[in-house]
Design a binder for this molecule. Structure first.
Ligand code: AMP
Length: 574
């Protein structure tokens, strides 16, 4: 079945042969759910009303049929055949870029058109002739009114992220553009949410649309095993170092890391191996023999990470996975449930960790809604976390050596040094050497900026601030959809440093990341204000500036750490 899917996935949708080759070269192994549902009706020239957020593969879902249809048209046309409307300049560039990549082999000419860019350049390109215009509504209307963008040959209009366009006040512009477009055109509307305002637009401008929703009922996780689910919201550029750091903290014994494409699998495997992890790639492009070899290594424990696409992982029979990692948010809740169901089998608690880009938080919400399970958001371990974790490992190794005994031979060394130095100092020096030897003292890169996504509902109801506009970090301010942690110089740590006592430690599986996460999320504290963290078996100590300690204590009293309410107070010894 795996082989079957690889060769017929996209081909069965009826796409042009050259397009199929492009998709193979990009490492796409099979269509995502929204692509399987939307591409066939779009190829049949039907209208489509799709509920799909970023991360579902929606861009290809509308771009591939557009390209397929344009390739059938006679050459030498100058007016565009497709108009894709998007809310922001960033998205215009992104969608134009993706469409260009998909259509390059077929000679498809794509032009992004947005406010703030040179009108002259856009005018020249429009005059030369383009096939697909990807535009923000305001600038598109501007060109339409100047008659520099002609709609008479438009076959398809796409409204991408329609809810965002309405939130940004583009309703009238959209109405005007849709009124101007030829009556016989095809219209596709894609939106993360379908509030009544969207339904109204759909009712007046779409003809008998095929509904597409990837958030189908039935993905419910009634039979899902016990799995700890966590998401890290990380900007795209920081995903790789973030994953590497999370892997360091989690120290999985056997984990599956899911990627979207073959190319991503190869890239990730190479980079992770370069950073000292033991990773093996597995994807649909490999022969059975190669796959068997990889699986053998994984089962024998020579490799601890399997980096895979969904297609490749489907046929694998692996038991006892400690973790499942999603390098991207999966393209649908069903895919998510299927992936994470691979951990936590046989009565053990599984761990599922997902990396999400800020724009993909809608997908996480959809998954939570469908599975009726909470995905907690966490912050990427800081340099301080990693240091604490490495010290923990060194401490554990020493403990083992002490329990194992057989130290007589080395006591002689201590004895001779003790004539000159304090035994405590001698021990500390030995720890230092061991720590350096085991790579624990390795200097780390800078901290990774993290973004916490607050619940979207209150902001949506207010409907004022476009989501793409950066907002300042404001711990005590009103709820915003994306809260960015500052990346500038750290705030001054004025005054005395005190310690707070948290009544949970190693025995309760508490790690530095849990404490940092709880403190930053619950008390809205900049993570860089947090000082040293010590984790003992039954409790933990966290250093904080005196001025914020009471606030943190108060905030943590109502919170849970690792699912448990814990005692939190100022440390008496501090
Ligand atoms: P989108 O939801 O359109 O923003 O796409 C999200 C990401 O998924 C993009 O990086 C695409 O390149 C990628 N993608 C889209 N379709 C597929 C597919 N069928 N297989 C693998 N990756 C895909």
């Amino acid at each position: 079945m795996t082989k079957e899917t690889i060769t017929t996935g996209f081909a069965s949708l009826g796409l042009n042969e050259k397009l199929l080759n492009v998709l193979t070269a990009l490492g796409y192994e099979e269509p995502t759910p929204v692509q399987s549902a939307a591409i066939p009706p779009l190829l049949e020239k039907r209208d489509v009303l799709a509920q799909a957020a970023t991360g579902t593969g929606k861009t290809a879902a509308f771009a591939l049929p557009i390209i397929h249809r344009i390739a059938l048209l006679p050459a030498g046309r100058t007016s565009p055949a497709a108009l894709i409307l998007v809310p922001t300049r960033e998205l215009a560039m992104q969608v134009a870029d993706a469409t260009h990549r998909y259509g390059k082999e077929l000679g498809i000419r794509v032009l992004p058109v947005y406010g703030g860019a040179s009108m002259d350049t856009q005018l020249r390109a429009l005059k030369r002739g383009v096939d697909v215009v990807v535009a923000t509504p305001g600038r598109a209307l501007d060109h339409i009114n100047r008659k520099t963008l002609k709609l008479e040959d438009i076959l398809t209009v796409v409204l991408d992220e329609a809810d965002e366009m309405l939130d940004m006040g583009f309703a009238e512009d959209l109405e005007a553009i849709l009124r101007d477009a030829p009556a016989g055109r095809q219209t596709a509307l894609f939106s993360a949410t379908l509030p009544p305002r969207i339904s109204k637009i759909a009712a007046s401008h779409l003809k008998n649309p095929v509904p597409v929703s990837i958030a189908r009922e039935g993905a419910s996780a009634g039979s899902m095993p016990k799995i700890r689910q966590t998401a890290f919201v990380v900007p795209r550029a920081h995903k790789l170092p973030a994953l590497s750091r999370i892997l360091d903290m989690e120290a999985p014994t056997a984990a599956l890391v899911f990627c979207r494409t073959r190319n991503e699998v190869d890239e990730l495997t190479e980079t992770l191996n370069g950073r000292g992890h033991r990773a093996e790639a597995i994807h649909g492009g490999m022969s059975q023999e190669q796959r068997d070899r990889v699986m053998k290594k994984f089962r024998a424990g020579t490799a601890e990470l399997l980096i895979a696409t969904d297609v490749a992982a489907r046929g694998l029979d692996i038991k006892h996975l400690s973790h499942v990692f999603n390098y991207d948010v999966p393209s649908s809740p069903e895919v998510y449930v299927h992936r994470i169901g691979r951990t936590g089998r046989a009565g053990r608690e599984g761990i599922a960790i997902t990396l999400a880009e800020p724009r993909e938080h809608w997908q996480l919400k959809n998954i939570e809604k469908l599975t009726k399970q909470k995905i907690s958001t966490a912050t990427v371990p800081t340099v301080a976390d990693l240091k604490a974790r490495r010290l923990d490992i060194t401490r554990a190794s020493l403990r083992e050596a002490l329990i194992e005994g057989g130290l007589e031979h080395f006591r002689v060394v201590v004895d001779s040094l003790a004539e000159e130095f304090d035994p405590m100092e001698i021990a500390a020096a030995a720890v230092k050497l061991l720590h350096a030897e085991s790579g624990g003292a390795a200097s780390e890169e800078k901290d990774i900026p993290t973004i916490r996504i607050a619940p979207p509902a209150p902001f949506r109801a207010m409907g004022q601030i476009p989501s793409n506009r950066p907002r300042p970090f404001n711990p005590s301010g009103p709820p915003t959809r994306e809260r960015e942690r500052p990346t500038g110089p750290p705030p001054p740590r004025d005054g005395n440093v005190v310690r707070i006592f948290v009544g949970a430690g190693r025995d309760g599986n508490v790690r530095p990341g849990d404490l940092v996460g709880a403190i930053t999320n619950e008390a809205g504290i900049d993570p860089r204000l947090i000082g040293a963290i010590q984790i003992a078996d039954r409790f933990s100590l966290v250093e904080l500036p005196d001025g914020i300690a009471d606030r943190v204590v108060k905030a943590l009293r109502g919170a849970t750490i690792r699912g448990n309410k814990v005692l939190v107070r100022r440390d008496r010894d501090a």
